[in-house]
Design a binder for this molecule. Structure first.
Ligand SMILES: [Zn+2]
Length: 63
């Protein structure tokens, strides 16, 4: 499994929908930190858990 793409996964905790956003700048910063720690990376995936825009609207309507 080769994960070279610099993506962040936005995962909705409500509907489980996953949106992929490219995040090359974030990954570049992380890579520098990882290098300094002499850490060997097997996979690079940023997972961000939360509520998607659609669910946020639905939730707002409920209150
Ligand atoms: Zn959602």
């Amino acid at each position: 499994m080769h994960l070279s793409a610099a993506v962040a996964l936005l995962i909705c905790n409500n509907c489980q929908e996953v949106e992929e956003r490219s995040a090359p700048e974030v990954m570049q910063v992380l890579s520098q930190e990882i290098k300094q720690a002499d850490f060997i990376v097997h996979s690079k995936v940023i997972e961000i858990h939360g509520v998607c825009a659609k669910c946020a609207v639905t939730m707002a309507e409920q209150y």
